[in-house]
Design a protein around this ligand. Structure first.
Ligand code: NAP
Length: 315
């Protein structure tokens, strides 16, 4: 019998790509949760979709067989019936809305959900939470690690999917390279993260496991930036920053989105030997999964994202 997957924050970047891949695979029944409550609207990038735009997306999904269930997602009395019949609950809530998952965990347990996939999709937070330098990112990593504990305490299975760096967020020039540029990192665009989630879920090794994927590419900063240079036909300005330089830049930066990005550089460059915050689980378990080719990704997705980011920072 097909398992039923419910996606929370389905109209986000990772969420919508996840729903599309679930539909393409035809291996699961697909549901999305519609948030009825008036929570503050958030997004990882700061760009918000209009209510009409999101409704259009849900209408399209419903026409293709997706069941939409709505609930006040802060109220367990409404959430429990909305989640009944769900086997796997996949949460794709944005960067600054991790706490919106707390009522969901309780309700999922009561509704008999078998497995909860919390919104992670970055570093291996289970490790980062214990790194030496305290930053805004480390606080978030502790919160994400805490969410995983809550899922376990509730008696549900979990699948944790770290995805490394979303390359679109780190390509503003001069690019701040994290480390020597030669060490391999995991790169997963938001869309490839969403695409890989159902494949990870469908794999038996993902039950109660941390599955750190490189959904787009597993390569060094230098390899990634060399590809970008070839595609742009020009040099890409870059600075190779040591751990001490990331820490100094972080300390000097006032609060805001940029400080958060600098904190990510701090974490990346202070990994103890043999404990990187990313890995390539999919190379071992999902060799057939293909990330979006870089030659397509840079011109079609990353460069427009970087241009929008540049414009919003200059405003
Ligand atoms: N490693 C990296 O470099 C990196 C970069 C970016 C993001 N991430 C991580 O990836 C995950 C998903 O991020 P994303 O960028 O895909 O998310 P996103 O696109 O920003 O998510 C936006 C969606 O979240 C829902 N939403 C809005 N406000 C909400 C609230 N207050 N509470 C709950 N849901 C709300 C809405 O969907 P509905 O209206 O349909 O509910 C909205 O369309 C996050 O955990 C983030 O930390 C990692």
């Amino acid at each position: 019998m097909k398992k039923t997957v419910t996606v929370f924050a389905a109209t986000g970047v990772a969420g919508s790509a996840c729903v599309e891949e679930l539909l393409r695979m035809q291996q699961f029944n697909v549901r999305v949760l519609l948030r009825k409550s008036v929570q503050q609207e958030k997004s990882s990038s700061g760009a918000l979709r209009s209510g009409d735009d999101k409704q259009q997306q849900r209408n399209d999904w419903m026409a293709r067989g997706v069941e939409v269930r709505s609930a006040d997602v802060t109220d367990h009395a409404e959430l429990i019936p909305a989640l009944e019949g769900t086997d796997y609950l996949v949460s794709c809530v944005p960067l600054f809305a991790t706490e919106s998952q707390y009522p969901l965990i309780w309700a999922a347990k009561e509704a008999g959900v078998e497995r909860f996939v919390p919104s992670e999709f970055g570093y291996i937070y289970e490790w980062e939470q214990f790194w030496p330098t305290d930053t805004v990112h480390k606080t978030m990593s502790r919160q994400k690690a805490f969410i995983r504990r809550m899922i376990e305490m509730a008696g549900m299975d979990f699948t944790i999917i770290p995805a490394g760096l979303w390359p679109e967020y780190y390509m503003l020039e001069p690019v701040g390279v994290m480390g020597d540029g030669v060490q391999k990192f995991s790169w997963s665009t938001g869309r490839d993260v969403g695409r890989i989630i159902p494949h990870v879920l469908a794999h038996p090794a993902s039950r109660n496991a941390i599955c750190p994927v490189a959904a787009t590419a597993y390569c060094s900063w230098d390899e990634l930036l060399d590809t970008r240079e070839r595609l742009l036909g020009r040099a890409v300005a870059r600075n190779h920053l040591s751990s001490a330089q990331w820490q100094a830049a972080y300390a000097a930066q006032p609060p805001g989105a940029l400080k958060h990005l600098l904190a990510i550089g701090v974490a990346a460059t202070e990994c103890p030997e043999g404990m990187p915050l990313w890995a390539n689980w999919n190379a071992l378990h999902l060799p057939e999964f293909k990330g979006t080719p870089l030659d397509e990704l840079f011109p079609g997705y990353i460069e427009p994202f970087v241009a929008a980011m540049q414009a919003s920072l200059s405003n």
